[in-house]
Write a protein that binds this ligand. Structure first.
Ligand SMILES: [Zn+2]
Length: 349
């Protein structure tokens, strides 16, 4: 693998913008964004669901109003307005989210009869490319490998912190998933507790490695793409018509344990899936994508995987989490995963 450089640029607010690249980044910064006050989000315990809900103040109104087409993730050095990245060029950039839902703070919110605490942790924005119109479907594979390496770096650094219990990179894509900013990017949430969905997965993996048990069937019936190291498949228990998981064939805790070969295989598989979704739909496919890794770097029960949930029913009809899904947590499906796997495979292999 090519050498990867990481530049830690100290911003005007003393927080860090990280620049990952195959080229050493030495550019001198142009005008930076104005300093914004740090958010102080807090959490309230929902006793009915036995889970935390986090509350973050709404965005403060900005002092200057940029034009409508303004993109805060484009390289700022050649624009009339400062952006998050005050340079001409970059490969992959990661910086703290100014509107973080998790940010270690000393909020004192208290409500009688309710358990509350500060929403400690970290929220970061991950910018995949300096080009506004780029997409994972078209990027060079080396760029996607770089992205996985940047994710690994964040897992390692964030999990070192005592105020962080779980790290999850994710991406919301498309207006259907609430995205208004089309510059290719994702986010990383570093939580002060293990989130409920992950807690269940950890318990499941402690009990049985269901992925390992299913692997032969995934390889034979449910795959949409595979090579020697990774498989992309519609899980036989999927809850969305076009749900796909990308799974390493070897049981590993997270991308920080990837070999060079696995970095490459994952980059290729990720591109196949995104490109395949897009050509299947004939437009940019909306999805929610997340990385599910172990809660600690040395874990040997968890089996890392990425999950994709396109919010669609069969075809291009939108899937709404309605009565049964929202109120009871029971998903109702009208297509079989073994059928959608065959349908999607044509676009991904
Ligand atoms: Zn942009």
């Amino acid at each position: 693998m090519k050498k990867i450089y990481k530049r830690k640029f100290e911003r005007n607010d003393k927080r860090h913008l990280l620049l990952f690249g195959y080229e050493e980044h030495k550019e001198i910064a142009s005008k930076e964004l104005e300093i914004t006050p740090l958010p102080s989000p807090h959490m309230r315990w929902n006793p009915a669901r036995q889970e935390w809900v986090t509350y973050s103040e709404t965005r403060k109104v900005r002092t200057s109003f940029p034009p409508e087409e303004y993109c805060p993730l484009c390289p700022g050095a050649e624009l009339n307005f400062a952006t998050e990245i005050p340079f001409k060029n970059f490969e992959v950039a990661i910086f703290p989210n100014r509107w973080a839902s998790f940010n270690t703070n000393d909020d004192k919110t208290s409500i009688d009869g309710l358990s509350t605490k500060p929403s400690n942790g970290e929220c970061e924005v991950v910018v995949y490319s300096s080009k506004h119109l780029d997409t994972i479907a078209q990027m060079p594979i080396s760029r996607i490998e770089l992205l996985f390496n940047a994710w690994s770096d964040r897992y390692i650094k964030l999990l070192e912190r005592d105020d962080i219990q779980y790290v999850m990179p994710f991406e919301n894509r498309g207006v259907e998933c609430g995205v208004t900013l089309h510059h290719p990017h994702g986010q990383i949430y570093a939580y002060p507790f293990i989130p409920p969905v992950i807690k269940k997965e950890i318990e499941a993996f402690n009990k049985e490695n269901f992925i390992k048990k299913l692997m032969k069937d995934l390889e034979k019936n449910y795959f949409v793409y595979q090579d020697d190291n990774v498989i992309a498949a519609v899980p036989p228990f999927s809850r969305y018509a076009y749900e796909i998981w990308i799974i390493p064939k070897r049981q590993i805790a997270g991308p920080w344990q990837f070999t060079d070969q696995e970095y490459n295989s994952f980059a290729v598989a990720l591109q196949k899936v995104v490109k395949g979704y897009d050509s299947f739909l004939g437009r940019r496919c909306p999805y929610i994508m997340g990385l599910h890794a172990a809660p600690n770097l040395e874990d040997d029960n968890f089996h890392f995987h990425m999950e994709f949930y396109p919010p669609l029913r069969h075809g291009d009809k939108p899937k709404v989490l309605a009565g049964s899904e929202s109120m009871a947590g029971v998903f109702i499906m009208d297509v079989f995963p073994e059928e959608t796997a065959i349908e999607l495979r044509k676009f991904m292999s």
